[in-house]
Each structure stands twice: as structure tokens, then as C-alpha cells.
Design a binder for this molecule. Structure first.
Ligand code: AMP
Ligand code: MG
Length: 718
């Protein structure tokens, strides 16, 4: 029978665009190509062809079969970081015009190092997405209960619409105080803007905070609205390019992308800022999926790529959802899977500080273009990848399966003159030191991630992925009592893999103003239940509309209701999923509050329970999802410890711990379940490389996951 492909997932990182394809049996294949920021569809096609070639599939046949295609990119984040978005204006409530330049206190310090936090003199404000001269205030006021004590002053509104529109802008954001409680004034302002545009023959997109993110707290709301206005368009253009190039090859569905809280959304999704950090989220979802397969509750997931180093935790089988994350120095009311990211990828530039003579890594990197010196594409500033290349970690004829030939003499020469000579070391010794420094930085960051959350390294399995993840896995876990150290033959496209492990889903949120006493009577519970039913029904209608417009089958949609509950008077809330069918009865309210106290006492302590204060619900959410086909990992038969002869590629000298040592070289894809490869060895894949130091062994399990056992600790124990 011919192969039927079902899902295509793509993660366009700062350096590489990775593909993961799944067929009807749950088998999969990966592909890789350099990211092409000028037109991401080029990288998309290159990368998918790379995967298709391995399955010997015709491109048209494959594209016409895909049921789901996910594309997660980095355009939005880069647009924000480099401040290269749209020229937009902001109309807000009079008196709040300086909101963007003042910023919320916490946001001002976001992204600052400890040293910079100590020295307030070194500290500068975020440069606002909307310059102050493009911000205008109009007289109006909606209160927190949704009442309108001051109507929109229409003459004022008209004049201001005119002023803003005469500034040659590309989009307009409108964000009034408390518009989440009543959008009437914002909507009227939008109408006035439309009239003013019509009079001027203009047609700018309008972004209303009550549509983009109708939640309490104006700072987070204005951030979401301006980011949507500023950065969503360039992303949408890229996503449509990608979809068009897929459609031109026979793709019959619509393209989807990854939301920062997990779940797929159509690229026509009106709130694209929700995909701000999509790629790394895929990795966390993938790690979560595998954690369930391995039945291991605690995982530290580390993704080492060419550009960044991302890591996140799964504890007790769940990842943390951060409801107000700080991304690119913006505090957002955007639920996202919690993860940390540092500029620590293998592409980081190296230099020597002329005053202190210390080696400096980054913060900039070479990306895929021009790439490291060894790519021979014009860049002469050495990178960490150049160190890895000259010290024998990387196979010069196997980079991206040999598509990029590494020029070792060029890398050696630049490292020699720009780094080694200046610090007075032999070039390989200098490269060795740099690799150690790089690993140490990554190790410190990851260990801290567990410790600041009160965890114990010994309870966690560390999973390493990304092109360079398997290269650093041994180093990052060295001397740490991890429960297990594991990587995967598909590590190089792991985040793309993760995108295929999640359902097609949307999450809708609404602010609310419910509170209830602990000894409430039936009437009070009925009133609360009715209020919740009304909001959830509204959200369900919204979900329906969007699923229909995306051409999805409504019969397959499943709904999950979520309430954000807190004790009366508290500032923070707990996300409580309602885990049975909602009937809107007083018994449902009892159950919801029980679930809340259950979670609350798990997160804090039994003694922290405080029902006397009553309960408040200031936000509800609805998650609507459709299940997708997931990759499968059947248990294969063990083939014994000795790898097949074809897997052994020979020996290579690797410079480790101050000397050249001979390493066994293996083809990762030809290893069989049960195989054990003692260190020192290098396991090569077309897009990634696993270093097995002398103190470790690589063990292939029955799902072909690769464990790095620590021989000094007598692993594996079972
Ligand atoms: P990523 O950004 O996740 O694609 O990771 C890219 C990094 O993977 C590169 O900078 C290399 O350091 C590393 N890498 C290791 N082995 C290979 C390989 N065979 N081909 C390409 N990249 C590799
Ligand atoms: Mg990557």
C-alpha cells in the first residue's frame, strides 16, 4: 500500500526551518533547511522537500493529502525585537496618553540582568511601539462595572481621529479604560475613525482592545492591542505566503499556526499576537507528550539551537501556564506555557574584549545567513559552531546531511587570529575553553530553572533537543544527579514534532466580576451559575463562528470550561478546569469551588485554605478543540547491544579535555533498539550530532529514544 501522509509541522527558528511529517500509521520523518527571513515560504518548501525525499513521495501527492499543516515562525518576535513593524497610532482615554512611555513598573525592569536592576542609573525605558506623538486621548469614561459615567465626546473624537489620520500611519489601535466591561465607547470611536477615513479616502486597519484582548488591566491590554497592530501584519503576510506555496502544490486545507498556550489556530486567527512565541512552545508540548509515553512526571526540556537556548519544566505531569508573561520586554495578559530563553545558541559570535582581554560570547549570532565562518559565505567573525567544527565534534561532510560543506581551515584561521592569539592559547585549546564556557552558562541557567521553583534535580529527566541539543546534553547534565538523560533521533526537528502532538484548538477568555460567600445559599449559587453559563455560552458562540469560518467540522469540537478562581481579597488566581459536563446548577458551583480548593492546597499548603474570605471569579475561559492525528512510538523488539555493522562509520579525532582523543563514529539512524555504544563516541544524524563522552554510554531503548547513561553512577540501574 502506498503511504498516506496526514500531518505536516514546521518550526522556523532563527537559524533553521525544521519539518516533521506524520503518516496514517503514526510513522514520521524529519526535514531541515536554512530559514529564509525575507520570504519564509522558501525555507518552508525546501524543508518539506527535504523530508519528502526521505519517504520517496511525490510533492503534489503529499501536499494534497495533508489534513493539518502547522507553521510556527519567529517573524513576530523579531519584528518586535528589531522594532521594524507598522507605523501605528493609538487613541486612548484622555489622561492615559503616557501609558506606553511610563510603562507598568514591573515591565520597566523586565529582561534586565541582576547587575542592571541594582544600578538604576543604567536603566532605560522600553522604546514604545507607538511614539508619543502618535498617541491621542479623547474624553470618555467607562467604569469597571461597564457603566458609562462620561459619554464619548464626539466633537473631541472627530477632531482627534482627523489629527491621527493626518500622520501618514498604517494602522490604528483604540484602547479605552475598562472597555472589557463595555465596548460601546471603543466601537463608537472606531465608527468615527471609519467616517474620517472615508472622508480622506483612507482604509487603515483598526484594532480595538475590546476585541483583541478584552481583559482587565489597561497596561497588558494596550500591549496586546498595539503588538497586534504593530507586528501582526508582517507575520500574516509571511503565513499567507507559506499557505499559498503549499496550495500551489496541491494543499487543500488552510494553514494553522501554534498558540503560545499550546493548541493550533488558523492563520486567519484575529489575534495573531497569541502566537508570539510559537516555536519553543512546540518543543514543550513534544516533551510533555513524551513524558506521558515514558510515564515520567518530571522533565527538564532543553532546546539548544543555532540562535537561542530555551528550557522549560514539566512538573507532576503538567507545565506551568503563565498568565502574565513578559515577552520581549512586554508584560502581556497572554496565557503562555512557561519557559525561559537565553541568547545561547551555537551560532553566537565570539570576540575578545580589548580592555579586559576576556572572551565574549554573543549576544548577536550568525544565524543561517551568512552563518558561521565554516559555512564560507562571507562571515569572518568566529562562532561557537566554528569551535565545534575545528575540534572534531561536527562532521565537516555531514552538516545538514552534507548540503553545507564546512570549511575547517577558514574557521581555524579566524579563531586563531581573532581569539586564540589575543588570549595567548593554542587554537584548539581556546576553542575547548569556549565550548566549556558555553556549556557552563547553559548548565547554570537550567539548574537554576529547577531550583528557583523549589524542585530537586534528582527528580527530573533531562530531554535535549534542537540541532545542537544532543551535542550539549552530556555537558549540561555533567555532575548533576538527573534521573535520566535522553534525546531522540528526531531531536533536530523536535519543536516541529511537538506541533503535531497538540489538538486544533482555540481558547477564549472574558473578564467577569463574580464573587460568592463561602456559606452562600442556593439562590446565590444559582445566580453565579447563571452568570457563568451566560459567559461560557457567549464564548461557545464565538468558537462556533470561528470553527465554521475555518472550515472545521463542528461535530468534532470538544469544549473545556475554565474558571479563574481566587479567595476574596487575593490578588492572584488559580486556573480551575471544570472537569465534568456543565449544567449550570448549584451543585456545579460546589464542585467548581471544591476543585479550586483541591488545586489550591496542592499548590500551596493545606493550612493555606481560607474559605472564610469567600471566592471571586474575575475571568473565565473556554477551550474548544478538535483532536488531531499524533505520531506513535510502538515498542520495537530489542536487537542486542552490538550496533549493526553498517552503523559504524569509523573513527575521528575529537579534542576534549585538553587533548585529541579517538572517537567511534556511528550513524544515528541505523542504530537498533537495545544497542549500546560506549563513549567516547559521536552519533551522527544529517541534522544533529550526539556527543557521548568517555564516562558515558549511549543506549537505544525500544522506542529508539537514546539515553546517555552515566557509567560512573552505575546506570542503567535496571
Ligand atoms: P537548530 O537551530 O535547532 O536547527 O540547531 C542548529 C545547530 O545544530 C547548528 O548551529 C549546529 O551547531 C548543530 N548541529 C549539530 N549537528 C548538525 C548537523 N549534522 N547539521 C546541522 N547542524 C548541526
Ligand atoms: Mg530550532
Amino acid at each position: 500500500m502506498t503511504r498516506e501522509v496526514l500531518a505536516l509541522a514546521m518550526d522556523a527558528g532563527g537559524t533553521m526551518t525544521d519539518t516533521f511529517m506524520v503518516d496514517r500509521d503514526g510513522s514520521f520523518v524529519i526535514g531541515k533547511a536554512p530559514t529564509t527571513p525575507w520570504d519564509e515560504s522558501e525555507g518552508f518548501i525546501e524543508s518539506s522537500l527535504d523530508a519528502l525525499a526521505q519517504w520517496d513521495l511525490d510533492e503534489r501527492a503529499a501536499f494534497s493529502q495533508f489534513e493539518v499543516a502547522v507553521y510556527a515562525g519567529t517573524t513576530m518576535l523579531n519584528t518586535l525585537l528589531t522594532r521594524t513593524g507598522r507605523r501605528i497610532g493609538l487613541i486612548t482615554t484622555r489622561g492615559f496618553e503616557d501609558m506606553l512611555v511610563m510603562e507598568q513598573g514591573r515591565q520597566v525592569w523586565s529582561g534586565y540582568s541582576y547587575a542592571d536592576r541594582l544600578h538604576a542609573a543604567t536603566h532605560v525605558h522600553n522604546s514604545p511601539l507607538v511614539p508619543r506623538r502618535h498617541v491621542r486621548g479623547v474624553s470618555e469614561r467607562t467604569d469597571m462595572f461597564g457603566k458609562i459615567p462620561i459619554p464619548l465626546y464626539e466633537h473631541d473624537a472627530r477632531r482627534i481621529a482627523g489629527e491621527v489620520l493626518d500622520q501618514d500611519l498604517q494602522g490604528l489601535a483604540i484602547c479605552f479604560l475598562h472597555s472589557y466591561a463595555n465596548p460601546a465607547n471603543e466601537r463608537r470611536m472606531a465608527e468615527i475613525c471609519r467616517e474620517a477615513m472615508a472622508a480622506r479616502g483612507l482604509d487603515l486597519p483598526l484594532y480595538l482592545s475590546s476585541q483583541i484582548r478584552p481583559v482587565i488591566r489597561e497596561n497588558q491590554r494596550v500591549n496586546a492591542t498595539t503588538i497586534e497592530a504593530y507586528a501582526a501584519d508582517p507575520v500574516r503576510r509571511q503565513l499567507h505566503n507559506v499557505e499559498n506555496s503549499a496550495v500551489a502544490r496541491g494543499f487543500r486545507k488552510q494553514m494553522t499556526t501554534m498558540l503560545s498556550y499550546g493548541g493550533l489556530a488558523n492563520i486567519r486567527h484575529p489575534r495573531l499576537h497569541e502566537t508570539l512565541i510559537s516555536g519553543p512552545i512546540g518543543g514543550m508540548l513534544g516533551a510533555h507528550y513524551i513524558a506521558r509515553i515514558l510515564d515520567t512526571p518530571n522533565v527538564l526540556a532543553v532546546d539548544m539551537g543555532g540562535t537561542s537556548y530555551d528550557f522549560g519544566l514539566i512538573t507532576n505531569g503538567t507545565f506551568n501556564l503563565n498568565n502574565e508573561p513578559e515577552i520581549a520586554r512586554f508584560r502581556l495578559a497572554l496565557p503562555s506555557i512557561e519557559l525561559d530563553s537565553i541568547r545561547g545558541g551555537a551560532g553566537l559570535y565570539l570576540s575578545v574584549d580589548p580592555i579586559t582581554n576576556r572572551i565574549i560570547m554573543g549576544p548577536e549570532g550568525a544565524g543561517a545567513n551568512p552563518g558561521p565562518v565554516c559555512f564560507d559565505r562571507g562571515n569572518r567573525q568566529p562562532t561557537i559552531t566554528d569551535c565545534l567544527a575545528i575540534n572534531g565534534y561536527l562532521n565537516k561532510d555531514n552538516f545538514l546531511g552534507g548540503k553545507v560543506k564546512l570549511n575547517l581551515p577558514a574557521a581555524r584561521q579566524e579563531l586563531e587570529t581573532q581569539i586564540a592569539a589575543k588570549v595567548g592559547l593554542d587554537v584548539h585549546e581556546a576553542a575547548d575553553g569556549i565550548i566549556k564556557l558555553w556549556l557552563q552558562t547553559a548548565m547554570d541557567a537550567t539548574r537554576r530553572a529547577i531550583q528557583v521553583r523549589g524542585g530537586d534535580v534528582a527528580d527530573y529527566v533531562i530531554m535535549g533537543y534542537g540541532g545542537a541539543g544532543p551535542l550539549v546534553l552530556a555537558g549540561v547534565s555533567e555532575g548533576q544527579p538527573f534521573k535520566g538523560v535522553v534525546t531522540f533521533p528526531f531531536a533536530a526537528a523536535f519543536s516541529a514534532f511537538g506541533c503535531t502532538t497538540t489538538d486544533y484548538s482555540h481558547r477564549y477568555t472574558r473578564s467577569s466580576l463574580f464573587s460568592i460567600a463561602s456559606a452562600a445559599d442556593t439562590a446565590a449559587k444559582e445566580a453565579l451559575a447563571a452568570g457563568l453559563t451566560r459567559l461560557w455560552n457567549e464564548l461557545e458562540a464565538e468558537a462556533h463562528e470561528s470553527f465554521v469560518s475555518e472550515g472545521m467540522d463542528l461535530a468534532k469540537v470538544e469544549y473545556r470550561r475554565v474558571a479563574f478562581v481566587r479567595y476574596g481579597g487575593q490578588l492572584d488566581e488559580v486556573e480551575v478546569p471544570f472537569d465534568r459536563a456543565w449544567q449550570g446548577t448549584p451543585a456545579d458551583i460546589d464542585h467548581l469551588l471544591e476543585r479550586f480548593e483541591d488545586l489550591y492546597t496542592k499548590m500551596f499548603a493545606k493550612a493555606a485554605k481560607y474559605p472564610k474570605a469567600g471566592y471571586a471569579i474575575f475571568q473565565v475561559a473556554l477551550v474548544a478543540s478538535i483532536e488531531t492525528r499524533k505520531p506513535e512510538f510502538p515498542l520495537l523488539a530489542e536487537q542486542g547491544p552490538t550496533p549493526p555493522a553498517a552503523a559504524k562509520k569509523g573513527q575521528r579525532e575529537v579534542y576534549l579535555d585538553g587533548r585529541w582523543q579517538s572517537a567511534g563514529i556511528y550513524d544515528m539512524e541505523l542504530l537498533e533498539p537495545g544497542n549500546v555504544i560506549p563513549g567516547l563516541a559521536v552519533l551522527e544524524h544529517p541534522a544533529t550530532t550526539l556527543l557521548v563522552p568517555g564516562t558515558r554510554q549511549a543506549r537505544v531503548d525500544r522506542r529508539k529514544f537514546i539515553w546517555l547513561d552515566n557509567l560512573q553512577r552505575g546506570e542503567p540501574s535496571t
